[in-house]
Design a protein around this ligand. Structure first.
Ligand SMILES: [Zn+2]
Length: 482
């Protein structure tokens, strides 16, 4: 029986089955991080929900082609690089590397392509030029290029905002993205495709047919999505805060240039609050992964907490929810261990079951699968895991658990990206930053096949009290005493 995955589509406001238009790959694009500082848990909620989608697509056999961009030029990155006295590339590189480390720790699968905005300036200039040719954009006196919203009647179809609402939203701080000094715009709703060079841009400008400058932020996603995935894609994802104006602008840019539908499906996750409050710098609740691991929580506990609510519901993230995640993971580990013992299967063998070919029948974990397949309802899936395990214990007290049930269970964990036996203890040990640094260097040495260096670093880590255990796609640091 073929598996089906249904998901809520923001454009039609209905739940729709997903399918690949070209019959080969499910092509989907996610708006990625801006490389100006560490990503916070609000950013990671979106990326983790997308990761669960990607994994579930793999299970239903839709062969995802996943593209997520890196914004490495905008007001924030330029300001950051100039205040640190670094060039833009060097400044953004450190935050891209940090993002990759966090993403790996959170067990996020790397996208198939991860393009940077500054590597695709030509594509962005080409797109802006096409829009000028199609009479949907104009060049202002200072050489900036603007999209003319009034020339594109379909503008606002995703967020379903009327003309008046669009101009009001545009003038609020949430709707605008540092687009001050744009007095050459014909209308307040028009948005920049290309920004002419300003003194505060420093060395960060490129040549274009309209003079020196840099692309407007909205343009990169349209240009790179087209470049890597073609004109019409299967799905576009992002946090709900990006729906307007960013995604609305992406649609206008792509459809205005090509005359073809940009994305067949729009996938948005609701926002995140922390301890019942909006996340903000002033409240000090813009938690990064490092903030939470310093408090003693493991990345897997953070992942569990961030995916466990329904993606369409706003989530209230609390430190207490991390405690609950810890105990839920421990309960799962304990329950599964009992079945593994009964079946003579090791934890590694169980983990290895979470690989293709994925099950098409879910047995005791049918309810868990249905949760995922029906609009990625992770809380229903998690409930289904616990009831499935309870039924398994009842059906096979102390006896062998059927391998197909264990395989189904491992498949659900794969979709959720939950790796067991990774959560923190009661008093978790924290790897000191300098040793984490050595471990990363060692991993890099291994990738470079510099075995002598890798071995030396392994010994230094051991002397510091930590053993390295390599996995296929990474490593774990384990306290030497255990
Ligand atoms: Zn985007």
């Amino acid at each position: 029986m073929a598996l089906e995955l249904k998901l809520y589509d923001t454009m039609t406001r209905t739940v729709q089955p997903l399918w690949a238009e070209d019959g080969e790959h499910f092509r989907f694009y996610c708006c990625g991080p801006t490389a100006h500082g560490p990503a916070h848990i609000g950013n990671f909620r979106a990326f983790l929900v997308q990761d669960v989608l990607r994994r579930t697509l793999e299970i239903v056999g839709l062969k995802p082609m996943h593209v997520r961009n890196l914004t490495d030029v905008d007001d924030k990155t330029i300001r950051g690089s100039r205040s640190e006295g670094k060039n833009l590339r060097g400044f953004t590189r450190q935050w891209i590397e940090q993002f990759h480390r966090d993403a790996e720790a959170l067990n996020m699968l790397a996208p198939h392509r991860e393009p940077r905005a500054t590597d695709h300036i030509d594509q962005q200039i080409g797109l802006a030029g096409q829009l000028i040719e199609n009479d949907l954009a104009y060049v202002a006196r200072d050489g900036s290029v603007y999209f003319k919203v009034s020339a594109y009647p379909e503008y606002g179809k995703l967020s379903r905002l009327g003309e008046r609402e669009i101009s009001t939203q545009e003038t609020t701080s949430a709707g605008r993205r540092n687009e001050a000094d744009e007095y050459d715009r014909e209308s307040i709703s028009d948005f920049a495709l290309w920004k002419s060079r300003k003194p505060e841009d420093g060395d960060n400008f490129w040549d274009s047919p309209w003079g020196q400058g840099r692309p407007g932020w909205h343009l990169e996603c349209s240009a790179m999505s087209r470049h890597y995935l073609g004109d019409g894609i299967d799905l576009h994802a992002g946090g709900i805060d990006l729906c307007f104006p960013h995604h609305e602008n992406e649609i206008a840019q792509c459809e205005g240039a090509t005359g073809k539908r940009f994305a067949r499906h729009w996938f948005h996750n609701a926002h995140l609050q922390v301890e019942g409050q909006k996340m903000s710098k002033s409240l000090g609740n813009l938690y990064t992964l490092a903030d939470l691991t310093e408090k003693g929580y493991s990345p897997m506990e953070v992942r569990y907490a961030l995916i466990s609510g329904h993606y369409r519901q706003p989530m209230n993230f609390t430190l207490a929810s991390l405690q609950s995640s810890r105990s839920a993971l421990k309960r799962l580990e304990k329950a599964i261990e009992a079945h593994l013992d009964g079946s003579g299967m090791s934890k590694e063998e169980f983990k290895a079951l979470a690989a293709p070919p994925f099950p098409t029948e879910w047995g005791l974990f049918e309810e868990a699968w249905r949760g995922l397949a029906n609009d990625l309802n992770v809380s229903r899936a998690l409930g289904g895991i616990f009831t499935g395990l309870a039924r398994m214990a009842k059906a096979n007290p102390g006896a062998v658990a059927p391998e197909n049930d264990l395989k189904a269970l491992a498949g659900i964990f794969y979709a959720l990206g939950i790796e067991l036996y990774h959560s923190g203890g009661e008093t978790p040990a924290i790897v000191p930053e300098e040793l984490q640094c050595l471990a990363r260097e060692r991993w890099q040495a291994k990738q470079d096949k510099d075995w002598a260096k890798a071995d030396l670093l392994r010994k230094r880590l051991l002397a510091g009290g930590w053993q390295v255990r390599d996995r296929k796609d990474g490593y774990d640091l384990i306290p030497n005493s255990t």
